[in-house]
Structure formats: C-alpha cells, structure tokens
Design a protein around this ligand. Structure first.
Ligand code: PGA
Length: 253
C-alpha cells in the first residue's frame, strides 16, 4: 500500500512574511493532517532554510522546486542537490512544465538532475504531461511515456522506489481546468505500466501524483483513483485552509 503524498508547489510566490504566515497556519492546524498522508511544501529556493527552521520537529516535509544538473563546481547561480540536502530538503521537483516551456530545459538535463537528486539521498518528483495539442492529436500516452523513460534513464532498480512521478497535463496547470478522473486514471495506469517494464516490481512502490488545478472540491475523487497516490498542488497550496482540506482528502481515498 503506497502512502499518499500531497506536495505544495509555491512557485515564485511570497516573501519572508508570507513564508512565516503560511507555515505558521499549517503548523497551527497540523492536527488536521491525517497521519497516513505525507505532506510536503516546496517554497522558493531562498526561503528553504527559513522554512526548515519553521518546520523543524513537525511531520511536514520540505521540497525544492528545482535543482542544478551539475554536481558541484563553477556553475554560477546553480544550487546543487547536495546543497538542498544540506539545508534540510527531502524532495526536489524536477522537470516541471514551466521549466520545460519557459526555461527551455530538456529531458537530458532532467535525467542528470534525477540521478544527482537520488545520489544526494533526496526524492525526485519528476513531472510529465502532454499539451492540449498533443492530447487532441491522441498522443497523450505516448508523450508521457517518452518523457518518463527519458527522465529515469539513469535510475537503477535499487533507487527506483525513491522516485516520485507527477502527471501534470500542461493544459490543466493553473487554468482551473482539471483532467477528468477517467483521463487521469488512464495516464497513471500507463505510467505505472512503463515503470513496471523498466523497474519490475519496484514500480508498485513508486508514487504517482496528479497535478493540475487540484482543489479541495476535486481532490477526494482524484486521490481515490487506483493509480493516484496524491497530488502536486500549485495555486491551492498558497492558502492554508484549502491546502489542508486537500491533505485531508488523502485519507482513505
Ligand atoms: P496548479 O499547479 O495546481 O496551480 O494548477 C500545479 C503545478 O503546477 O504543479
């Protein structure tokens, strides 16, 4: 039985005061978070150390939104996986669609990032997902399959269980439009099958999250799908009450 994971991706939002307020509110109501659901927050990079201090002693996990594809050295501006580990992160989002489309990052870099993240003892949350045009052309499964295989190219079966995959259809991110439960389950089942072909029975330990306009109102139905192991939450993770309600939707879902 895979434990549900709900991860909040704050993107480039907030400031020091916001970090204190939001984490303060999450901590104050942490009794609402069911113990069987793992909850992570991914604030902007510069606030990770502050967030770690604020979350110390709680069950909340800390994640970064991005990581360097280089191990260490002369790479001005880059933050490495071992640095993220050093400041107390447990998770790192890799390959988010905004990195793919706005920062021109590609699969070869994601494969390097995932390798370094695992090597540093962190869990990568690797995002895959099709655009609306690709879905309309009937290529959703093919695109997700290819992105997944390329990203995990360097992952060994021993490390596979630490991998987390997030299916995030590009057309559902920040748009208010959520993929239907049938669409989500179809892609998740396909991703699970790809993971089985690649990693054997380890695949059953790998969490596959759904992301794209998840809110309290639709989380329970999505999280109850057989191959959905939680969610990667953007906009709704910036509001404590809404995020906590999504976390609660992970119980017995
Ligand atoms: P959203 O973002 O929940 O605001 O759609 C999800 C994501 O980008 O991870």
């Amino acid at each position: 039985m895979r434990q549900k994971l709900v991860a909040g991706n704050w993107k480039s939002n907030g400031n020091s005061q916001f970090v204190e307020q939001l984490l303060g509110a999450l901590k104050a109501h942490s009794d609402q978070v069911p113990s069987e659901v793992e909850v992570a927050v991914c604030p902007p990079l510069v606030y990770l150390a502050k967030a770690e201090e604020l979350l110390r002693g709680t069950a909340f996990l800390l994640g970064a939104q991005n990581v360097s594809a280089f191990e260490e050295g002369a790479y001005t501006g880059e933050v490495t996986a071992s640095m993220l580990k050093d400041v107390g992160c447990q998770l790192v989002i890799v390959g988010h669609t905004e990195r793919r489309s706005l920062m021109s990052e590609e699969e070869a870099q994601f494969a390097d990032k995932i390798r370094l993240v695992l090597q540093a003892g962190l869990q990568p949350v690797y995002c895959v997902g099709e655009t609306l045009e690709q879905r309309r052309r009937g290529e959703a499964l093919k695109v997700c399959r290819e992105q997944l295989l390329a990203g995990v190219a360097a992952v060994t079966p021993e490390d596979a269980s630490r991998l987390v995959v997030a299916y995030e259809p590009v057309w559902a991110i920040g748009t208010g439009e959520t993929a239907s439960p049938e669409q989500v389950q179809e892609v998740h089942a396909c991703l699970r099958q790809v993971l089985r072909e690649r990693f054997g029975e380890q695949a059953d330990l790998i969490k596959i999250l759904y992301g794209g306009s998840v809110k309290a109102a639709n989380a329970r139905e999505l999280f109850a799908l057989p191959d959905v192991d939680g969610g990667l939450i953007g906009g709704a993770s910036l509001v404590a009450e809404e995020f906590l309600a999504i976390c609660k939707a992970g119980i017995n879902a």
